[in-house]
Design a protein around this ligand. Sequence first.
Ligand SMILES: Nc1ncnc2c1ncn2[C@@H]1O[C@H](COP(=O)(O)OP(=O)(O)O)[C@@H](O)[C@H]1O
Ligand SMILES: O=C(OP(=O)(O)O)[C@H](O)COP(=O)(O)O
Ligand SMILES: [Mg+2]
Length: 395
Amino acid sequence: MKKMTIRDVDLNGKTVIMRVDFNVPVENGKVTDDTRIVAALPTIKYAVEHNAKVILLSHLGRPKGVDPKYSMKPVAEHLKQISGLNVIFVPHVVGEEVKRAVQEAKPKDVIVLENTRFHPGEEKNDPELAKAWAELADIHVNDAFGTAHRAHASNVGIASFIPSVAGFLMEKEIEFLNKVTYEPDHPYVVVLGGAKVSDKIGVITNLMNKADKILIGGAMMFTFLKAQGLNVGSSLVENDKLDLAKQILEQAEQKKVKMVLPVDCVIAQKIEANAEKKIVDLKDGIPEGWMGLDIGPKTVELFEKELEDAKTVVWNGPMGVFEIDDFAEGTKRVALAISRVKGTTVVGGGDSAAAVAKFNLESAYSHVSTGGGASLEFLEGRELPGIKSIADKKK
Ligand SMILES: Nc1ncnc2c1ncn2[C@@H]1O[C@H](COP(=O)(O)OP(=O)(O)O)[C@@H](O)[C@H]1O
Ligand SMILES: O=C(OP(=O)(O)O)[C@H](O)COP(=O)(O)O
Ligand SMILES: [Mg+2]
């Protein structure tokens, strides 16, 4: 790898400020999937074993300002439980309390700060905030691959003040995804779903230059279906992306990329376990007051067929609200179909990785990436800001 890693720096007696992506699902104050925490453990443990004091920074969710619902406290507690490390949670993002906690901590202690997005400077990449964090430490370690497509103060800004090196998770993700980005075997199939539609619909334009087929499920499907004039009821739709969806469908035809949209869908009136649900053919549309929460059985069969001869599969975004068992079948069946593919299979995304863990399929793919948006933008061939900011290896 061309980037410096944690192996290249002396950590003994140093303070390390480490950006991790601990944006994990939390319900009732408990972490419900710890894939991303486990994935960063080797880097955290390495720093501790080399006698460093470690400060961990992460965002959680998309809070607008300080919001206890998005506190890092349950994450810190979970980390303590599974690692056996001396984890200290400090309920502040920056400031005097943080400075004091860092001074009082000993080598091998792991300090978890509060959600970086509670501070307005994080997403603005405010240099003042980045500097305040940098002043706490000697070295910045970036292990937050899942956040690498964001240029925020905690991953990118801080690198202007102290040297930034990659952690082992970052290194592993870059090495694996490089192979798929530049030497994919064909047929190359992209499966796209999830809920971050406005974030991710744009990547399709570039991926069309690389992939042979694109299968769309999850909430992403409704923007395409509405763009084709279908009634989608109260399903999640990005109305300002309808024109882009139309353009994508036209371009796909010109470029001879096969876009495969669902033909049926599981609908309900509420996103709730045991809610009344129905399966509808999408040519009839979705009735008012109902929303699509999973792909239907005919779509599953269609997707299974389209995946049969694939040699490279990239999958990001669950096919439905898999967190609720009533809407998990489509995601599970697609996860299984991809696991049977004889070729390179990459599953990416915090929630997709959680889905795969829920179905015990973690080891069924070539690579499970901790980044959804990040892996998609990487696979487009873009340089991610959160990788660019890591120091280059000295020749
Ligand atoms: N039809 C749907 N309607 C609403 N939400 C959906 C639908 N399908 C999937 N989702 C939601 O998408 C979320 C994950 O989206 P996203 O963050 O984009 O994926 P990833 O983390 O894998 O990159 C899940 O929480 C899931 O419940
Ligand atoms: O969960 C994340 O991305 P993902 O849902 O695409 O896997 C990352 O933590 C980035 O979060 P963001 O999309 O709120 O910047
Ligand atoms: Mg997600």
